[in-house]
Design a protein around this ligand. Structure first.
Ligand SMILES: Cc1ncc(COP(=O)(O)O)c(C=O)c1O
Length: 365
C-alpha cells in the first residue's frame, strides 16, 4: 500500500541511547535537558531567535492568538488545515476569510485591505505546503493598519525566503511536529518569535503561568512537551537534510513525468527555498480528481485531498464573502505520495496512472 505520507523513524538504537538517559535521570517532563537541547538545536538549524517546543501545532496557534491578546476579527485563509480556523474560533475570535492567490495558494495580499474593518486585529496566514506567503506585502498592510501577524508555518520547517528563515516574518510563527511532518517529534509543535517581550510571555503561558515552581505570573495552559518527544526530535533532526534532498529528487521526477495538460502545480516565489514537504497537484476539475483517485485506489495507492473542503464551509463559521479561488482549488487539489522511502518506480506508476486517467478518452481536455 502506498499512502500520501509515511513517518520517518530513526534507528531504534539512536532513540534508545537518548531514552536511557531519561530513565537514568527519571526526568520525563517540565523543561528537562532534552527539551532544552532540542530547542537550542532547532534555533540554530532554523536561524531563529526564540523557539518554544510545545505539545502540538494547534496549541501553538492558540497560544499565539492568546499571547497577542486578540479578541476580535482575524483575517485568514480559507485554504489550510482545519486547525488554522478552529484555533481562531476556539480563542473566541472571528475568522474573516480572504481568498487565496491562484499561484502560491496562500492568502492573496491584493484582497486583504478590502476586508479590513475597525474590528480587525490581526492576519493569520498559512505558508501552505511550505510555499511562503507574500510576506512583504502582508507586513506592509499590517504596519499601515496596525495589525498583528501570525504565520501558520506548520508546513514550513526549514523554508527560507531571501536567504533567511521564513519563520522570522510576522509577530509569531507556529510549527507542527506531527508525525506526518518533514521534521517531527511524534506529536509536537513550536512557537517562534523575534520579540523578547512576547517570548517572555509565551514562556510562562505554555507552562501554566509558572516562571518557577512557586511563582505563577499570569494566565497559562499546559502546552509543554516531554523528554520522550524531544528525544525523538533529536534523533530525526540530523536526517532532515537528507529527507529534503530525497523529496527534491522525487519532486523533479514527478514534474518530469506528469503531463502538464493533466495537472497544474502551485508556484512558489522565486525568492523562496522550499522544503518539498508535499507534492500537491491541481486536476482540471473535481470529476477528473475523483477519477484519478479511484484509479489510484484500485492500484492500492492513497493520495489525500489536502485541503478539502475549503474552510469557509466549516459548520461553525458564519457565511462571509465568497472565496471562489479557494473553493475551486479545494475541489481539485490532490497531494500525491511523497516520503523518504518512496521509490522512483512507484513515482513512475503513480504518474502513469494519473496521465492515463486524467487525459483518457472519456475526459479528454
Ligand atoms: C496548516 C496546519 N496548521 C496547523 C496544524 C496543526 O498541527 P498539529 O496536528 O500538530 O496540531 C496542521 C497539522 O496538520 C496543519 O497542517
Amino acid at each position: 500500500m502506498i499512502t500520501v505520507t509515511k513517518t520517518f523513524l530513526p534507528s531504534l538504537e539512536e532513540y534508545h541511547t537518548l531514552l536511557s538517559g531519561v530513565w537514568e535521570r527519571g526526568w520525563v517532563t517540565n523543561e528537562g535537558p532534552l527539551v532544552i537541547e532540542l530547542e537550542s538545536a532547532l534555533k540554530k538549524y532554523l536561524g531563529v531567535k526564540h523557539l518554544f517546543f510545545v505539545s502540538n501545532g494547534t496549541l501553538a496557534l492558540q497560544l499565539a492568538i492568546k499571547a497577542l491578546n486578540l479578541t476580535g476579527d482575524i483575517i485568514t485563509t480559507p485554504f489550510s488545515y482545519v486547525a488554522t480556523t478552529s484555533s481562531i474560533v476556539w480563542e473566541n475570535c472571528r475568522p474573516v476569510f480572504v481568498d487565496i492567490d491562484p499561484d502560491s495558494l496562500c492568502l492573496d495580499p491584493r484582497l486583504i485591505e478590502k476586508a479590513i474593518t475597525p474590528t480587525t486585529q490581526a492576519i493569520l496566514a498559512t505558508h501552505v505546503f511550505g510555499l511562503p506567503c507574500a510576506v512583504e506585502a502582508i507586513e506592509q498592510i499590517a504596519r499601515r493598519y496596525r495589525l498583528r501577524v501570525i504565520y501558520d508555518a506548520a508546513h514550513a520547517f526549514g523554508v527560507d525566503y531571501d536567504d533567511q528563515s521564513v519563520l522570522n516574518y510576522g509577530d509569531i510563527s507556529t510549527l507542527s511536529f506531527h508525525a506526518t511532518k518533514l521534521f517531527h517529534t511524534g506529536e509536537g509543535g513550536a512557537i517562534v518569535t523575534q520579540d523578547d517581550a512576547l517570548a517572555k510571555k509565551i514562556a510562562y503561558m505554555r507552562n501554566c503561568g509558572h516562571v518557577s515552581a512557586n511563582q505563577v505570573v499570569g494566565l497559562g495552559i499546559n502546552a509543554k512537551n516531554s523528554e520522550i518527544h524531544a528525544a525523538l526530535g533529536l534523533c530525526v533532526l540530523p536526517h532532515v537534510e537528507e529527507l529534503i534532498a530525497h523529496r527534491r529528487a522525487l519532486t523533479a521526477l514527478y514534474d518530469a513525468l506528469l503531463i502538464p495538460r493533466a495537472i497544474q502545480r502551485p508556484m512558489p516565489s522565486p525568492r523562496a527555498e522550499i522544503n518539498y514537504s508535499y507534492y500537491p497537484v491541481l486536476l482540471p476539475s473535481e470529476d477528473h480528481l475523483l477519477i484519478a483517485v479511484n484509479a489510484l485506489n484500485q492500484a492500492d495507492i492513497y493520495p489525500r485531498r489536502y485541503f478539502y473542503p475549503a474552510l469557509t464551509n466549516l459548520p461553525y463559521v458564519a457565511a462571509g464573502a465568497s472565496c471562489p479561488v479557494a473553493e475551486s482549488v479545494a475541489s481539485r487539489v490532490l497531494c500525491l505520495p511523497l516520503y523518504h522511502d518512496l521509490q522512483e518506480s512507484e513515482v513512475e506508476r503513480i504518474a502513469t496512472i494519473i496521465n492515463a486517467h486524467v487525459l483518457g478518452p472519456s475526459l479528454c481536455v
